[in-house]
Design a protein around this ligand. Structure first.
Ligand code: FAD
Length: 448
């Protein structure tokens, strides 16, 4: 396999691929970034209703600890705004309607936070008792934790749903603790002010990705060109799309794991790499937007924020951008509830969600003017939401491989991140790391 062609071909123009492309271009490499969709941003997708109301159908928030994505926002001079904070949240706990998280659930969250601090995100498999904690599901740990059942249920939904977009039975204790540690702890991840849900982007999160793409040299980004295979040898790679084949010295694969595993690799990936990709299952979260003429919940003294330990929705938030002509309540379903909603027809799904919104926020919530959802599990070029996680046993068996290059193949994507795993910030971290790996691996004979 010859090395004429590009220095590096990058596959996937989400935040990970865009970051790798940007860094490598800045370091003087001749790069080509190939993207299947006709847009950049991947899991960041912003849409505007005809009246201008902004909806982030994918990721939307950044928090103060997420410094890498924050740095990009500052670099481009993009304005942000805080998630609205007015009125009381609703905490639906054991059938009781409250405005705060009960102390018993707080104690369980604090224990999880303390345990996560014993898991180094760089090497979670090296944590004390890592093997045992990776064999045990988070559900079985909760059940044996000695905390009240109601607290287990609430915390299970908020942590495994709200963070890992699944249910407590799907991932191990270790995987859950790694994810919490990677994001900086329970408060940093669950919080609004001071936490990962603090800030939104004027113009939407996809706008950051578009600005990154604008900085690439002409011709370096090819949209609408899905990669179908990667041939790799000792002296180079050839990235094959539906339209052409591109030789290069190195490739960076910046895809969700399920899609990286579906590429035709020649020679086939190593057994361990294949195992790592196969054992990361994508989350099943469903994010829906209900649009109303005004934020009526504010008149009732409510913030629009809610967390529930029952019903189809685990969380809601007031997602109205400042100055928007209409108001938006955004709701999230996770785990079994999210799967069940997908089994029903679009009409039944809307009815189930608005019924629940009505129970939380009153009669008017049952009648949105518009109801919008974007099923990321159904998207050919994503296949899951928010991100993917190892099945029990996977983190200790395969976690160390995630960011290890395989010959001239380098791996990026938020799922490979040490910090901010699952978030925009982790995607950026992974792109930075992959770019560093490529630069370190370049030799005079491989620079094309
Ligand atoms: C509904 C939702 C809400 C979220 N909320 C937040 C949030 O508030 N804050 C936050 O920080 N994170 C959030 N996330 C997670 C965040 O969006 C992701 O962590 C991040 O966008 C992942 O970036 P990435 O570059 O790793 O992957 P992706 O964004 O998935 O990028 C991969 C790219 O590869 C492309 N691609 C796929 N297959 C091929 C192929 N064969 N050939 C070429 N290109 C291909 C895809 O089209 C895509 O552009 C959310 C995600 C979702 C879905």
């Amino acid at each position: 396999m010859g090395t004429t062609g590009h220095d590096v071909v990058i596959v996937g123009a989400g935040f990970a691929g865009l970051t790798a492309a940007r860094e490598l271009h800045a370091a003087g490499c001749d790069i080509l970034l190939l993207e299947a969709r006709c847009r950049v941003g991947g899991r960041a997708l912003t849409r505007f209703l005809p009246d201008g109301t902004q909806l982030d159908l994918g990721g939307q928030w950044i928090g103060p600890a997420q410094t890498r994505i924050g740095e990009l926002v500052r670099h481009f001079g993009i304005d942000t705004y805080p998630t609205p904070e007015h009125g009381d949240p609703v905490v639906d706990y054991g059938g009781e309607r409250r405005t705060d998280v009960p102390a018993e659930a707080g104690r369980l969250l604090a224990e999880i936070d303390a345990l996560s601090r014993q898991v180094p995100p760089e090497r979670p498999w090296a944590a004390e008792q890592a093997t045992a904690a990776d064999r045990q599901t988070f559900a079985s740990w909760l059940a044996a934790s000695g905390h009240p059942e109601q607290a287990q249920r609430y915390v299970g939904r908020v942590i495994s749903g709200g963070l890992l977009a699944g249910s407590p039975a799907e991932t191990s204790l270790l995987e859950t603790l790694f994810y919490v540690a990677s994001g900086g702890g329970v408060d940093a991840l669950l919080g609004y002010r001071g936490g990962a849900q603090e800030t939104r982007i004027v113009g939407g999160a996809q706008h950051i990705a578009e600005r990154m793409a604008d900085e690439l040299p002409p011709g370096a980004l090819r949209l609408g060109e899905p990669v179908v295979g990667v041939e790799h040898g000792a002296d180079g790679v050839r990235v094959v799309t539906r339209l052409a084949a591109y030789p290069a010295a190195h490739a960076v694969i910046a895809l969700p794991p399920v899609l990286a595993g579906q590429l035709r690799h020649d020679p086939p990936l190593s057994a361990l790499r294949a195992g790592a990709l196969q054992r990361q299952a994508a989350g099943t979260a469903l994010k829906v937007h209900a649009v109303y003429p005004e934020p009526f919940w504010g008149a009732d003294g409510l913030s629009g924020l809610s967390t529930s330990d029952s019903g189809v929705l685990t969380e809601t938030v007031d997602n109205t951008p400042p100055g928007a002509p209409r108001a938006v309540l955004t709701a999230f379903a996770y785990g079994d509830e999210a799967v069940a909603l997908r089994r029903s027809s679009p009409e039944e799904r809307q009815a189930a969600v608005t019924e629940r919104l009505g129970a939380l926020f009153g009669e008017r919530a049952r009648q949105p003017q518009e109801f919008i959802t974007h099923d990321w599990l159904a998207q050919e070029w994503t296949r899951g939401c928010f991100s993917a996680h190892f099945a029990p046993g996977g983190r200790t068996a395969f976690g160390g491989l995630l960011h290890t290059p395989e010959g001239r193949l380098h791996w990026a994507g938020t799922e490979t991140a040490v910090h901010g795993n699952g978030y925009f910030d982790g995607a950026v971290e992974s792109g930075l790391r992959a770019a560093r790996d490529v630069l370190a691996a370049r030799t005079p004979s491989s620079t094309g």
